[in-house]
Ligand binder design. Structure first.
Ligand SMILES: *[C@@H]1O[C@H](CO)[C@@H](O)[C@H](O)[C@H]1NC(C)=O
Ligand SMILES: *[C@@H]1O[C@H](CO)[C@@H](O)[C@H](O)[C@H]1NC(C)=O
Ligand SMILES: *[C@@H]1O[C@H](CO)[C@@H](O)[C@H](O)[C@H]1NC(C)=O
Length: 372
């Protein structure tokens, strides 16, 4: 799928002072819509039944996203007006990333000031909301615990008031069971924003058992995470399933005959071992490596995920765990069963969007696997 540049007007020079103007609190770029059709600068107001939520981390790959299905693009990269115009032309929301050290927003005044800055920035860039990506440690009953819930409430109120139709979402770990010491008021937060993006990946961030490599998003554990969110009283329509478009490459201290890869100890927030012992790899890199690897693609029927082994130049054996259309489709069947709001991935830019025919097939299959 290609994209022409005609959604963007030539000459963005009238906005070149935007940064400066924002910093002094004036949005004089108002009316400087960068799109060829000024209507494309209007916020998106429609909601669609099935959310397909994409994290954009930079580059031009967005031109090849499956725009027939994408509903929201979260900007985890520098602002690109062409992407804004294009997303709007497809009826997709384009939202900011929001992150702030919680100690800085405990005081109500500093919290409102931060929220106002975000709303101003979103308006100046013709955006449709914000994704709160606050993955910090919070202890129950602490000042930060209450400040975080208040932040979500006040951010949602401000965005909904100032940008009609806008969307405020919050990223949570794969389970509400205080993963990585994120002891948040999950039910409160879910009620107070539009929906939670559940990051069903990095599920080995705290390995409490033996230090062996495992799947990034093992099937049972992933589904149990959603069941927990629902059991504590969160409406399934407030949950978007996040799947990984990347894997983990572990160097094995020892690989047993039954494929158990022992990994070095890397403590994380109270656990002795963690996926921090591994290295994150994009799906496109995995696809280039798997066929020529020592083992080829193997399938773990307990974790319901593919993996493979290879040897590096030093002769060390590695085990790589990842997700592919087969493992993702299994999880996707639960979106309907549990009544979730949709799906999304971290992140949209890890696939090979080149002209290579095999890559094109693999990339199309990853997008297709998202749909129930
Ligand atoms: C969570 O937040 C909701 C909404 O603000 C509030 O009613 C509830 O008391 C909070 N629960 C806890 C345990 O803090
Ligand atoms: C790897 O093998 C699979 C299965 O045989 C095949 O479909 C795919 O095209 C191969 N990938 C490459 C890059 O050759
Ligand atoms: C996964 O869950 C199913 C259903 O609860 C159970 O029958 C199965 O034993 C579980 N598998 C693992 C590996 O825990």
């Amino acid at each position: 799928m290609g994209v022409s540049a005609d959604t963007v007007r030539m000459g963005l020079s009238d906005c070149s002072l935007l940064g400066l103007l924002l910093s002094i609190g004036v949005s004089a770029c108002w009316g400087g819509c960068p799109c060829s059709d000024p209507a494309l600068c209007q916020p998106i107001r429609d909601t669609r039944d099935f959310e397909v939520y994409v994290f954009y981390v930079g580059g031009e790959n967005w031109k090849n996203y499956d725009w027939a299905h994408v509903t929201t693009v979260a900007l985890f990269a520098p602002y690109d007006p062409e992407l804004m115009c294009f997303a709007h032309s497809k009826g997709a929301r384009f939202v900011l990333k929001g992150d702030i050290p919680l100690k800085d927003i405990v005081a109500p005044d500093s919290r409102s000031a931060w929220i106002e800055q975000q709303v101003t920035l979103a308006k100046a860039q013709y955006m449709d909301g914000i994704n709160l990506d606050i993955e910090q440690t919070v202890l129950p009953g602490s000042e930060e615990y209450y400040a975080l819930t208040a932040l979500v409430k006040e951010t949602t109120e401000a965005f909904h008031r100032e940008i009609p139709g806008s969307q405020v979402t919050f990223d949570v770990a794969w389970s509400p069971a205080w993963i990585d010491l994120r002891c948040y008021n999950y039910t409160g937060i879910a009620d107070l924003c539009d929906f939670l993006f559940v990051m069903s990946y990095d599920e080995q961030s705290q390995i409490w058992t033996e230090c062996i490599a495992g799947a990034n998003a093992p099937f049972n554990q992933t589904i149990q995470g959603y069941e927990k969110f629902i059991n504590i009283g969160i409406d399934p329509k407030k949950l978007v399933m996040g799947v990984p478009w990347y894997g983990y490459d572990y160097s094995c201290l020892h690989l047993t005959e039954d494929n158990q890869c022992k990994i070095e100890k890397k403590p994380f927030r109270g656990a002795e071992c963690s996926d921090a012992a591994g290295r994150q790899v994009p799906y496109r890199t995995i696809m280039k490596q798997v066929n020529a690897s020592l083992s080829g693609r193997l399938w773990d029927d307990v974790q319901k995920a593919p993996f493979y082994h290879y040897k590096d130049e030093k002769g060390d054996t590695h085990q790589v765990w990842y997700d592919d259309p087969e493992s993702i489709s299994l999880k996707v069947t639960y979106i309907k069963k549990l009544g979730l709001r949709g799906i999304g991935m971290w992140n949209g830019d890890t696939l090979d969007y080149s002209n290579d025919p095999i890559a094109q097939q693999q990339t199309a299959a990853m997008w297709k696997a998202l749909l129930p």
